[in-house]
Design a protein around this ligand. Structure first.
Ligand SMILES: *Cc1c(COP(=O)(O)O)cnc(C)c1O
Length: 353
């Protein structure tokens, strides 16, 4: 039976991507060699890496805009400190919209002064701070575009004269935004890019000229860019699978088309939350995420009943993050409308009981 997988990450990938990735594990390009046993410096792998990087740039609309894409390891969590190590000289401004922002702030503090220029902590991160005035000059401003745990998302970005850096782990490639507003953005692959094990970083090359300190090679953006993501052995399987997933996005009409589908899925489930007497949304309506839909039961005593309905209908992975509770349906790019309809039907059945 098909499972409807609403996991927050690692999470659903297109079926054809998983099938093609598994074929390459057995036999890549009819070479009678596995993707897993060829040199990362072989022609075959170099062309995979090139395609993955150029698709990332193309899909974000940054072709001929002076940006470079690299695939690193260490997850988004390593980027929390790499960003600060490379770019924090005096002080940086951070917008705190939840757990991941807080983790980024904690790491950055090891490298310099961190000013929390806005925060939604006062209401347990159920909204996105608005009309953020950025007057001082900062080395950079850091924000998290989509808050995977709380289910909020920036729909507009603050204006700033400082460099803008973003953690886009859970909504990269999900919607049309002006990616050129950002000087650097990164994403752990396992939400919307591919399997766990690699992190995509896209950086404006002009930003690199601002780095004037000695940085250990593995933590240096310059080194990884100079070596085209091959300073050390890259995670070949996650990068190959991410490349297949980016091809899939392109084949499906690019980000605009993906965004339309994501909106349709999100509207369907938010409508149900708003109209169903048994549920309540967790966040302010204007700030709702199109990727992670968080909601609670009005009567938490009924949890076992709703869980049972979900289980019977093969809906999996909808428990909220342990720090929030309730439910979270993650509806990343590869989530089908049909699966969202199954979840909505479960909610309707539950209401009618
Ligand atoms: C999942 C997630 C992370 C953590 O990513 P790792 O790859 O596990 O380090 C960071 N930021 C956001 C927004 C996330 O959703």
């Amino acid at each position: 039976m098909k499972k409807h997988n609403f996991s927050a990450g690692p999470s659903v990938l297109p079926k054809e991507v998983i099938e093609d990735a598994s074929k390459a594990v057995i036999n890549l390009n009819n070479n009678n060699l596995s993707l897993l046993e060829i040199s990362h410096r072989s022609k075959d792998f170099i062309s995979i890496m090139d395609e993955a990087c150029s698709l990332a740039i193309e899909l974000t609309g940054l072709k001929n805009n002076g940006y470079k894409a690299i695939f690193l390891q260490g997850g988004a969590s390593l980027q929390f400190l790499m960003v600060a190590y490379n770019f924090l000289k005096a002080k940086a401004g951070y917008i705190n919209t939840g757990t991941w922002s807080e983790k980024a702030i904690k790491e950055a503090k090891l490298f310099g002064e961190v000013i929390e220029i806005a925060s939604s902590k006062d209401q347990n991160f159920n909204y996105i701070p608005k009309e953020i005035k950025i007057v001082d000059k900062y080395d950079y401003i850091h924000l998290t575009t989509n808050n995977t745990i709380f289910g909020t998302q920036f729909h507009n970005f603050p204006d700033t004269n400082s460099s803008l850096i973003a953690d886009m782990s859970s909504d990269i490639f999900s919607r049309v935004i002006d990616y050129s507003k950002f000087d650097l953005f990164y994403a752990g692959a396992q939400k919307n890019t591919g399997p766990a094990g690699t992190t995509l970083v896209i950086v404006k090359e002009s930003l690199l000229s601002e780095i004037n300190k000695n940085i250990p090679s593995m933590l240096s953006y310059k080194v990884h860019i100079d070596k085209e993501s091959m300073f050390n052995t890259p995670p070949v399987f996650p990068i190959y699978t991410a490349m297949l997933n980016l091809r899939w996005i392109k084949k499906n009409g690019g980000i605009q088309n993906i965004e339309n589908k994501n909106r349709e899925k999100a509207n369907l489930i938010y409508n149900e939350i708003d109209n169903n007497s048994k549920f309540i949304g967790f966040v302010e309506k204007d700030d709702r995420s199109f990727m992670n839909v968080t909601f609670n039961l009005i009567d938490s005593e009924e949890k076992d009943i709703f869980d049972k309905i979900c289980e019977e209908n093969n809906v999996v992975g909808i428990n909220g993050h342990r720090s929030v509770g309730g439910y979270r349906a993650s509806i990343y790019n590869a989530m089908t409308l049909e699966s969202v309809e199954v979840l909505v039907d479960c909610m309707k059945k539950f209401e009618k009981l």
